[in-house]
Design a binder for this molecule. Structure first.
Ligand code: GLU
Length: 465
């Protein structure tokens, strides 16, 4: 069978191809001469699988998309506190190259407009770094994110530098305001070099997927951006990534994103998928017209809007009951003609899943509640089994909530057996006394043997028992 996904992507390109609106960036010579027929899309999954269509190997300069990643490097090299002292996180509503600073603090409004991005560039490596050290660090980091060696497009660099008066003006403004301490011309030259790094949509989708994958490169497994910085970068991309179209973008597309004046766009949906689109003609706000249309279509077709409440936490817990007849060999629960209650969880369990589990346990094995017929039905179960067989991760808060539920069950002298072949359950959980600890086993069979002793049999079975 051929995967339907590349065909779908090719179909998306054909849908947006007739859109003729917009013009390539006019203020940089080389970009103004771009071949506007080029059109490409790519998506990268968090396990590294990548799909693309159209002109997916055509290179273009990364431009402002670099700002998101250089912001992450600035945080890593100078620390979040210092970065926040120097650059705000508020959407500006201004053009990307506005000569503006935040009233009161004198900081650039955010790291996605040029003033903030030039400041972020100056914070890479450290205050005494040379221009070469900074650009070298950035080029290497972007190459690791793309998974291949990237290069600066010297023609774009020269052409942008030649007409770079506005950015030079921003550099001098930052120096006068005390935001940057180093030579403004050198910082701006470095920033323009960072913007002139060439990429294709496949590189960008993989870079975006690294953000989606908590900063770990989906293919190499290398941890490139610390998780705390990823959160900061995605937050700023959400509110400021699409220049002053951020509100329209968040409501229509709903994916943290960043665009660049060469016509590239990335979108990074945390935990799911990285997107990239390319088409050189821009709208009046500087975003690729067809690129935006591609992202809108994919978000709506694939249900990618981050505010989409389609995943209902209810599905996470399944409750079932089995009756075990004890075998002769060392049964832990001789009176096991009573039931065993099994709570099975599934998938990536976060706070909502742990709350569902806690509620389900309370309802089944707690005291009956007159207002809730059926509650307390298994109050005298001889054992409570939590099966994490189909769970592949428990978030920190889910570990805390479920750990506390287990501790409380142990304090009530309940027998708790945990099926945890993937080792997601925190080992340190126990009750007050030494004897009060959950029994952790690898499979349902082991859990059964523990409860009823080897040779036990199950009278009433559920599918996994
Ligand atoms: N190098 C471009 C500039 O500073 C980047 C702008 C952009 O992509 O928005 O003008």
């Amino acid at each position: 069978m051929k995967s339907p996904i590349p065909d779908y992507l090719a179909g998306v390109l054909e849908k947006v191809r007739p859109i003729e609106r917009g013009a390539p960036a006019g203020y940089i010579d080389t970009l103004a001469r771009a071949d506007t027929s080029k059109l490409a899309v790519a998506i990268a999954m968090v396990d590294g699988n990548l799909y693309s269509a159209g002109d997916d190997r055509v290179e273009f300069s990364i431009q402002s998309i670099s700002k998101a990643f250089v912001y992450a490097l600035a945080i890593e090299d100078s620390g979040l506190e210092r970065v926040l002292e120097k650059i705000g996180v508020e959407p500006s509503g201004d053009a990307f190259n506005e000569l503006s600073l935040e009233k009161g603090t004198n900081r650039p409004m955010n790291p996605m407009i040029n003033a903030g991005a030039i400041t972020a560039h100056s914070l890479v490596v450290g205050p005494d770094a040379t221009a070469e050290q900074r650009t070298d660090r950035i080029l290497k980091a972007l190459s690791r994110l793309a998974g291949r060696e990237l290069h600066v497009d010297e023609e774009v660099y020269e052409s942008e530098l030649k007409d770079g008066d506005r950015n030079m003006g921003i550099g001098h403004m930052l120096k006068a305001a005390g935001i940057i301490k180093c030579n403004p011309q050198e910082v701006v030259r470095g920033y323009i070099r960072q913007c002139s790094i060439n990429v294709n949509v496949r590189d960008l989708a993989m870079m975006a997927a690294t953000l989606c994958n908590a900063g770990v490169h989906p293919v190499t497994g290398e941890s490139i951006i610390p998780q705390r910085s990823v959160r900061q970068v995605l937050s700023v991309m959400t509110t400021c990534g699409m220049y002053d179209a951020a509100g329209d973008w968040v409501s229509n597309v709903g994916i943290p994103a960043k665009s660049g004046v060469a016509g590239g766009i990335i979108g990074a949906l945390p935990g799911q998928v990285g997107l990239a689109a390319f088409s050189p003609k821009l709208d009046e706000r500087g975003n690729s017209v067809r690129g935006v249309a591609i992202c809108e279509k994919m978000s709506s077709d694939m249900g990618l809007h981050m505010m989409e409440a389609s995943q209902i936490a209810r599905a996470t817990v399944r409750t079932s009951v089995a009756t075990i007849v004890a075998g002769e060999c060392e049964p832990h629960n001789r009176n096991c003609q009573r039931e065993v209650v099994i709570f099975s969880l599934r998938g990536a369990v976060r706070f909502a899943g742990s709350e569902r589990l806690s509620r389900a346990i309370q309802r089944e094995v707690g005291d009956p509640d007159p207002a809730d017929p059926g509650s307390g039905a298994h109050a005298d179960a001889c054992a409570i089994v939590l099966s994490f067989r189909d769970v592949y991760s428990l978030s920190a808060v889910a570990q805390k909530v479920i750990g506390e539920v287990v501790r409380r069950l142990l304090l009530e002298d309940r027998s708790v057996v945990i099926v945890d072949p993937s080792h997601v359950f925190p080992k340190e959980v126990k009750g007050d006394k030494d004897a009060q600890h959950p029994v952790i086993v690898q499979s349902e069979g082991e859990a059964r043997d523990h409860i009823g002793g080897r040779g036990c049999s199950t009278l009433q079975k559920t599918d996994s028992w």
